[in-house]
Design a protein around this ligand. Structure first.
Ligand SMILES: *[C@@H]1O[C@H](CO)[C@@H](O)[C@H](O)[C@H]1NC(C)=O
Ligand SMILES: *[C@@H]1O[C@H](CO)[C@@H](O)[C@H](O)[C@H]1NC(C)=O
Ligand SMILES: *[C@@H]1O[C@H](CO)[C@@H](O)[C@H](O)[C@H]1NC(C)=O
Length: 351
């Protein structure tokens, strides 16, 4: 519902923006709360507990949307040269289409989304955008006289962000199955990796930079850093299988697949229960988009090379003129003149 009362059908990214108002997220007007209940009911892809949450905390819902977006964009960046390029994420619903196969790619998606949400919530807390949290209170006031430093400034309250993400994201996994155990495990891996990448920053005080006294605080990592870390976890993801506890019908935990006897997966490894499809052809049953029409690189031997990306189906060559500004000269004073250069180049797309 637009501020002037019209009912429109927005894209999900716009949908979330409806909750905010020009006073920021704090002074959230009750008039919009009415809209929230309607919007939360209509928002696709939420589990019922998430829907209830959405109605009670529309302000946090905006931040959750930003966190999911952060995760999706990082996923697309990390997989831009892969056959699977994160397409299933970020479409139609907050969490993207449900990924049907419990593959390594699915593992990565869950980890990056739950980390993205924890990151965004923590960051919003630190900026005073949410009412129930702020800077980490534990990292305040402590003073180490011997070593000459103290906590100061605003330390990111990562514990709050992580608990929040756990409570919101993990409520989706209600039934006990191999897939829900896998999802819960990978959600936790993403959050744990985020927690481990927190950094301590310090600032020196003292006579002419002598650093007799330091003020320190804890900072969130840049999300890209986490993206690279999770990508290497993806490359080393481990196969697991579900196990039932004694006298239980549903699986209750996961064990490593290749190992004889019993070993639980490490809580810092991404896990998967299904082999990945090739992602060569479009296949709704696995959520594969296929690679037809993807741009490829004719000379690269990596995943973005035409041979690998197009799965041997061959590729189309396009010729086009690339133009850009060149030979720019600075004239006193003050303007710049450039000429236009152009060159014939090629682009390749998969058949
Ligand atoms: C906090 O609120 C400000 C103003 O509404 C906004 O520009 C900023 O992006 C928000 N930050 C986070 C992390 O939510
Ligand atoms: C991913 O690949 C599909 C085709 O397979 C393409 O339509 C889409 O634009 C790509 N997405 C990104 C983010 O590159
Ligand atoms: C194609 O791949 C080669 C080798 O990896 C690289 O040097 C080149 O910059 C790539 N071209 C494009 C257009 O990305």
């Amino acid at each position: 519902i637009t501020p002037d009362g019209k009912l429109v059908k927005p894209h999900h990214r716009q949908l979330l923006a409806l909750f905010s108002n020009r006073h920021g997220l704090r002074g959230f007007p009750p008039v919009l709360a009415l809209g929230a209940s309607i919007i939360c009911n209509k928002m696709p892809g939420l589990a019922s507990q998430q829907r209830t949450f959405c109605q009670s905390r529309p302000d946090a819902m905006v931040v959750i949307g930003m966190g999911a977006q952060l995760g999706i964009e990082e996923c697309q960046y990390q997989f831009r040269h892969h056959r699977w390029n994160c397409t299933a994420l970020g479409e139609k619903t907050l969490f993207g289409q449900e990924l049907k196969v419990g593959s390594k790619e699915t593992a990565f998606s869950y980890a990056i989304l739950s980390a993205g949400i924890a990151h965004a919530i923590t960051s919003a807390c630190g900026q005073g955008n949410l009412t129930d949290c702020g800077c980490d209170q534990d990292k305040q006031g402590y003073y180490d006289q011997e070593k000459g430093w103290r906590w100061g400034g605003c330390s990111a309250d990562i514990q709050h962000g992580i608990t929040f993400s756990r409570e919101f994201v993990d409520t989706r996994e209600v039934k006990r199955s191999a897939r829900t155990l896998m999802n819960l495990h990978n959600n936790e891996v993403g959050r744990k990796l985020l927690e481990q990448s927190m950094r301590m920053e310090c600032k020196c005080h003292g006579v002419s930079g002598s650093c007799t006294m330091k003020t320190c605080w804890v900072m969130l990592p840049i999300f890209r850093e986490l993206g690279f870390n999770l990508k290497s976890k993806y490359l080393q993801a481990v196969a697991v299988e579900p196990m039932r506890g004694r006298r239980q019908r549903q699986p209750t935990f996961l064990k490593l697949k290749k190992v004889h006897g019993f070993r639980k997966p490490s809580d810092s490894d991404l896990v998967y229960v299904d082999r990945s499809p090739s992602f060569c052809e479009e296949d709704p049953s696995t959520g594969s988009m296929g690679t037809r029409g993807r741009m490829c690189n004719r000379t690269s031997a990596q995943g973005d090379g035409c041979e690998l990306l197009c799965c041997g189906r061959g590729y189309n060559t396009f010729q086009y003129m690339r133009t850009w500004q060149c030979n720019c000269k600075f004239h006193w004073c003050c303007h710049v003149t450039c000429s236009t250069c152009s060159e014939r180049t090629h682009a390749y797309t998969c058949n």
